[in-house]
Design a protein around this ligand. Structure first.
Ligand SMILES: C[S@@+](CC[C@H](N)C(=O)[O-])C[C@H]1O[C@@H](n2cnc3c(N)ncnc32)[C@H](O)[C@@H]1O
Length: 261
């Protein structure tokens, strides 16, 4: 083999290695981590409905550009939403269903170098996009976590605030996710739920990706949470804050355990 052949071969191998590293499975709707067999057996199949609501299909990572579109702040007033969260420097905040990290990056700046952001998603490709954006912004206090449909892999009793923007309605297993999030909250910790308003036909979002306040209250409080605050000044979304409600939590945990047997 001549020297130029050898060089060509090395170049070819390098190109194949790089393209394999970036290849994305074309045959999956959601490229989430598959639970191990033993875990899978414990997960009751989702029938696609929860308390009368049809669960929306997860937004695919190939559509992630929509999350960082130039018009987003103008349309959703993300700046006002973030200010309403009351995030403080030094806190541990979770960006649940973080997508490509539009909010993780902003939250990381708000909690500062003594705080951290746990950024959870079930699509590894979304986490890769988030890592690229965090690197470009030189942000080091974001910890990406690859969750499963039932387990966000959060540490117990460690989180001050869990922000859920446009994600709860996609949970295939809302009860398991709510139970896991409850466990991860510090005493006094909060969920901040942001969902497009179903009550408002002027909000230009597909019906399955919207939720009414009535439906939210049908789903969240019976899972061991109480509504503690509402912010009604966003142009398209509800913003509702929930804290653990230990009075109803025992019932919810028992019910969930029974349903998994
Ligand atoms: C519409 S995107 C919203 C992304 C981000 N919150 C934002 O507003 O920019 C919903 C994200 O939630 C993720 N997701 C769906 N079910 C999830 C689950 N059970 N746990 C964690 N993430 C989930 C999806 O993979 C997707 O990236």
């Amino acid at each position: 083999m001549t020297q130029s052949h050898t060089r060509l071969l090395i170049l070819l191998i390098a190109l194949l290695t790089i393209s394999a590293a970036f290849a994305e499975p074309a045959d999956v709707e959601i490229a989430a981590e598959k639970p191990s067999k033993s875990k899978r057996e414990k997960i009751p199949p989702s029938d696609g409905y929860y308390k009368g609501r049809e669960i929306a299909v997860t937004m695919h990572f190939t559509g992630a550009d929509w999350l960082t579109r130039e018009s987003r702040d103008r349309e959703e007033d993300c700046t006002t939403m973030l200010a309403a969260l009351g995030v403080k420097p030094g806190q541990t905040v979770c960006d649940m269903g973080c997508g490509n990290g539009f909010y993780s990056i902003k939250l990381a700046e708000m909690v500062g170098k003594d705080g951290k952001v746990l950024a959870v998603d079930i699509q590894p490709q979304m986490l890769s996009l988030l890592k690229l954006r965090a690197k470009a912004a030189k942000i080091k206090n974001i910890k990406p976590l690859l969750g499963t449909f039932v387990d966000p892999k959060l540490p117990d009793g460690a989180v001050d605030l869990i922000l859920l923007v446009d994600v709860y309605h996609e949970f295939s297993h809302p009860e398991q996710m709510l139970a896991a999030m409850r466990k991860s909250l510090k005493p006094g910790g909060r969920l901040a739920l942001v969902e497009f308003r179903e009550e408002d036909p002027a909000v230009p979002i597909k019906p399955l990706h919207k939720m009414s306040k009535q439906q939210i209250l049908k789903e969240i409080p019976p899972n061991g949470f109480k509504l503690v605050e509402q912010f009604d000044k966003l142009p398209w979304q509800h913003l509702m804050f929930f804290e653990r409600d230990d009075a109803t939590a025992k019932d919810a945990a028992e019910k969930l355990e029974k349903s998994q047997k």
